[in-house]
Design a protein around this ligand. Structure first.
Ligand code: KIV
Length: 266
């Protein structure tokens, strides 16, 4: 695999070739995932839940993200490293720029991801003007769990679907290089993916996105509790971590995952 950049993802979208992303939080997994063909390693703030044992992603700090991104960077040679901007680390343009710069300079990430719609267009403009690629994150926003009242599918009525599509277009215009859609109906995800020229990554957003992401522990089937509908236990089918990740990569590339059974409808 040659070095993956934002430009690579854009070329893959244009060619109709699916790309594959998994969360990674340490050097060894970064190495294993990359060797299995993962193109994007996401240092997600999900680490607050799956690594640190918190109930939500809210306690994650910018220092946590920098630290885990450093470890992933040490284990990776070719993958694109995307790192989350944690809760309250981008409350204004100056603070967002300082924190995003740390994630790239100290952590070694290649792109940052931030949750939120049109209200964050100014921050996206500020970061991209300084050469920091940005992935927008729309649909279910886990950092807003207290406002939403739970981890619920978003964009299920005409008005909220229109607002997500509108936000996506505004964020692309503001300079986002990639967009991530979490837990939205598959038809809405298809509409967003077709409307944007930038690559769209889905999680719980159906099969029509340009790429797919899962939380590593979910796709290995080791997250305790009820497994969300949009994940699949690839370890159960295969028997080793490497084989599970290879199977996930193949399933996404061939369109075998996600299927309608892993998706939501309006
Ligand atoms: O933090 C994370 O792992 C994420 C994924 C759920 C996309 O943002």
């Amino acid at each position: 695999m040659s070095k993956i950049t934002v430009a690579t993802l854009k070329k893959m979208k244009a060619a109709g070739e699916k790309f594959v992303c998994l969360t990674a939080y340490d050097a060894l997994f970064a190495q294993v995932l990359e060797a299995a063909g993962i193109e994007i390693l996401l240092v997600g703030d999900s680490l607050g839940m799956v690594i640190q044992g918190h109930e939500s992603t809210l306690p994650v700090t910018i220092d946590d993200i920098v630290y885990h991104t450093q470890t992933v960077h040490r284990g990776s040679k070719q993958a694109l490293i995307m790192a989350d901007m944690p809760f309250m680390s981008y409350i204004n343009e100056t603070q967002a720029l300082e924190n995003a710069a740390r994630v790239l300079k100290e952590g070694g990430a290649h792109i940052v991801k931030l949750e939120g719609g049109a209200a964050f267009a100014g921050i996206v403009r500020q970061l991209t003007a300084h050469g920091i690629p940005v992935c927008g994150h729309l649909g279910l926003l886990p950092q807003s769990v207290n406002k939403i009242g739970g981890y619920k599918v978003q964009g299920t009525d005409a008005q909220s679907a229109k607002s997500i599509l509108n936000d996506a277009k505004i964020l692309e215009q503001a300079g986002c290089d990639v967009m991530l859609l979490e837990c939205v109906p598959l038809e809405l995800a298809r509409q967003v993916t077709e409307s944007l020229s930038i690559p769209v990554i889905g999680i719980g957003a159906g099969p029509h996105c340009d790429g797919q992401v899962l939380v590593l522990q979910d796709m290995l089937g080791i997250t305790p509790g009820k497994r969300p509908r949009f994940t699949h236990d690839f370890l159960k089918d295969t028997g080793s971590v490497s084989a599970a990740v290879e199977a996930y990569v193949k399933a996404v590339k061939t369109g075998a995952f996600p299927l309608e059974q892993h998706s939501f409808t309006a």
